[in-house]
Design a binder for this molecule. Structure first.
Ligand SMILES: [Fe+2]
Length: 523
């Protein structure tokens, strides 16, 4: 049976399963190179965008006819346009949070689990609880709690988070991750928590919510109006209130026979909250690779039939070689194996790698990654300021060999998709300061041997290096993960990146960089 599923709102995507095997999860932001891409509202542009997306689906899967097509939260006129473009026997719909929950449970290793899906809003609310008893997912409760929109809304009052840029009414989606990192600079104020809890429980719309909270706290909650000291403490207090509320619901719902907890929905990108939950509920926690709306189309597929095998995560588009090898060789490119990349990292290079099909979800997991060894704080500052043009307080995450995770972390539980802000050993913080956030945690990725990154960590180990590497997304400011060779060249030309390794072809920033790292030039 061939199934296709669509998500058209922000983080739009389309996914295809053939006989229960996930064949493709295409995030439209990668195709159109606009982060958080949302389909156009006018019919003509919508039709053109989806025509292009569906061309890519046919190219990647060879499928153009489907037994079932699934939509989630699509307006009737848009559904009619999709039905014009796609040949399917049957059209069905699935609720937004059910799709989040299905992506979560079918990625998790549990047969019995509590599932919490929470975000800034779907057609079915902002916070839903489910119980999974293989093979059935049952809705338990819809909670009146919005931990999504109000969380990022507060960031609109913090100049160090907005960077002084004008914001849409409830703040840009990117503010959520920034304010989470920023919270590490402040301390939660006990006196503020009750008002913040009320703010999250009764949130309706931005202006009313900010006015009421501001009155309670004695703060002027207007764009960029807070002092740095108040802003930092408000971010930390908001994070604390978020965690208290989440923990309360989970403790009320978790059952003795739940093997695990699945956290999904965009709010499950809050790695600090995930970590707190993981250490307070007594069962393992799993977060899928795309808890945000990038995972909606995949979850929607499983509403028709569950996957026949655990879904792969490298199910995006193949890397596009839109620049000829000859041209790359003219600028110094040479063909090298992965061991040469390991050697360059050991000599202090920052290397962007692109390999095979793209990973699903917002975290680079090794197929579209910027890598460096985390030995000095300088490398972190260099990547933040001169390669990614982002705020100094943003952390960089370490990828560590799963089989050696205990060397770096007191709790070496799996974290394959960078879902938890885990404490590190004091020795790890001393040796690898670039991998540790200001609050002493690391958003770690535990890497299995079979993957490209696993092979790289094995090579580092063989070269006498601890198997740990900084892994951040290979993109430039405001852009999605790179998808084609010409984007890698832009990164080399416009930033401080030393090399790009594109499926075996090592491209230097310039000839001087080649010589500086003593890589053998083209013959
Ligand atoms: Fe969502």
């Amino acid at each position: 049976m061939n199934v296709i599923a669509f998500h058209v709102q922000h983080d739009a995507g389309v996914a295809v399963a053939r006989d229960g095997v996930l064949e493709l999860a295409l995030e439209l932001e990668r195709l159109f190179e606009v982060r958080y891409f949302a389909s156009a509202r006018d019919d003509d542009t919508f039709r053109e965008q989806w025509r292009k997306a569906l061309d890519s689906v046919v190219q990647a899967t060879g499928l153009s006819r489907f037994d079932v097509a699934v939509t989630s939260w699509v307006m009737p006129s848009q559904r009619r346009i999709l039905a014009e473009l796609v040949s399917a026997e049957r059209w069905v719909t699935v609720d937004h949070h059910r799709a989040h929950a299905l992506h979560g449970v079918h990625d998790a290793p549990y047969r019995r689990a509590l599932v919490v899906s929470f975000d800034g809003g779907g057609n079915d609310g902002t916070f839903n609880v489910y119980r999974y008893r293989e093979p059935t997912l049952t809705h338990v409760r819809r909670v009146s709690l919005n931990l999504g929109t109000p969380y990022r809304l507060l960031a609109t009052t913090m100049a160090e988070v907005t960077g002084g840029r004008a914001q849409p009414r409830a703040g840009h989606l990117s503010l959520a991750g920034k304010v989470m990192a920023y919270a590490a600079l402040g301390s939660a104020r006990e006196a503020w928590l009750a008002a913040l809890v009320e703010y999250y429980q009764h949130y309706q719309e931005p202006l009313q919510a900010l006015y009421t909270l501001g009155e309670r706290l004695g703060l002027e909650l207007e764009p960029d109006a807070l002092s740095a000291a108040d802003a930092r403490d408000l971010a930390a207090s908001s994070q604390r209130a978020f965690e208290i509320l989440l923990q309360q619901v989970i403790l009320e719902q978790i059952a003795d026979d739940d093997e695990g907890l699945v956290l999904t929905g965009g709010c499950a990108l809050n790695v600090s909250a995930n970590e707190r939950i993981r250490h307070s509920i007594g069962v393992p926690v799993h977060v899928p690779p795309a808890p945000n709306d990038a995972g909606i189309a995949v979850g929607a597929l499983w509403s028709v039939a569950p996957p026949s095998a655990p879904p792969d995560v490298f199910v995006g588009l193949p890397f596009a070689h839109d620049v000829g090898e000859e041209e790359l060789r003219r600028r110094g490119a040479v063909r090298v194996e992965l061991d040469a990349v390991a050697a360059l990292l050991r000599r202090g290079a920052v290397v962007g790698i692109a390999h095979g099909r793209a990973e699903l979800g917002p975290r680079a997991l090794g197929h579209r990654s910027l890598l460096a060894l985390p030995r000095s704080v300088e490398v972190k500052d260099r990547i933040n300021a001169r390669i990614k043009s982002r705020e100094w307080y943003r952390p960089l995450a370490p990828a560590v060999a799963a089989w050696r995770a205990g060397d770096f972390l007191p709790d070496p539980s799996p974290s394959p998709y960078m879902s938890f802000a885990a404490p590190v050993h004091p020795e790890t913080a001393r040796q690898f300061p670039a991998a540790v956030h200001l609050d002493g945690t690391a958003r770690v990725q535990t890497v299995a041997r079979g993957t490209l990154l696993g092979r790289l960590l094995t090579l580092l180990e063989a070269q006498g290096e601890p198997p740990i590497v900084l892994n951040t997304s290979f993109n430039t400011k405001g852009r999605p993960l790179i998808q084609r060779a010409s984007m890698a060249l832009e990164a080399l030309d416009e930033t401080d990146l030393d090399f790009a390794w594109l499926e075996g072809l090592l491209v230097p920033r310039d000839h001087a960089t080649l010589q500086r790292f003593s890589v053998e030039g083209p013959s």
